[in-house]
Design a protein around this ligand. Sequence first.
Ligand SMILES: O=C(O)CCC(=O)C(=O)O
Length: 287
Amino acid sequence: MTHGLVRLPTATEIETFWVDGAIVLRGVIDPEVVLALEPHVMALLDEREMADMTAMGDGLAAAGEAVLRDPQPGRGRFISGVDHWLTHPEFAAFACSSAVPAIVATLLRSPKLNLWEDSVLVKQPGTGERTAWHQDLSYFHVTGDQLCTTWIPLDHVDASSGAMSFVRGSHRWSTVYRPNLFVSTMPIPGTEGDVVPDIEALAARGEVDIVQWELGPGDISVHHAGTLHAAGPNTTADRWRRAISIRYCGDDARYHFRPGAPRKPHHTDDREGQVVDHERCPVVWPA
Ligand SMILES: O=C(O)CCC(=O)C(=O)O
């Protein structure tokens, strides 16, 4: 099904995604379909399955680690969670049978699409935490090129409220950097490889090009799993920044286990090299 589909990506948008590693698709999904999830996102905030990233930052700071947060944050919290589709039918319908899989399959030029996971990322008004530069591929036990994340806002989001930023073309750097703890550049212990370089320093020297977009309900951004990206704090006093982020694998995806990266219960070594089909990683396209 393609519930809420307004339009599919154009040929130009598809080309831009593959060249830049990120694209904003404006007006592709009915805003009402996205906003119908608002009460469910708000209900999640009180659930134990959500991670309080602000509290994690407090813990890291107490242990002497550098935390990426504004020096004088407000009282907002950065709260996130993952795999809501497994327990909440509304999130399952959105990730598996809304317009999103059709849009993503078109963009990835993939005849087939598997859902990897969904996540909810909320920065309340006055949230000081940034989201550190990272690639999603570092956290995924998968390899391939047809891999991406959709970032779907429930609010108008701009630079002041925590918009996402992307390093144009970084999906072609051929390095998978160590995953980090999101509110700190500290790599996840036990992971291997290089740490993410200082992207702001590279940008200041003109060595990388950072893109950022204002988005509203009905728009989505899509980034390749190899694209370096980050997000700012929500410095506004009264605007929420709520987003649903859904990760998909296309036709060429194969399991590839990355030491130290968090695993899900079905991620067993005996699937190395296999297609990702699994009831916990279901085929969502063709519908
Ligand atoms: O929303 C954020 O702050 C970060 C989201 C992100 O990195 C992602 O969805 O891949």
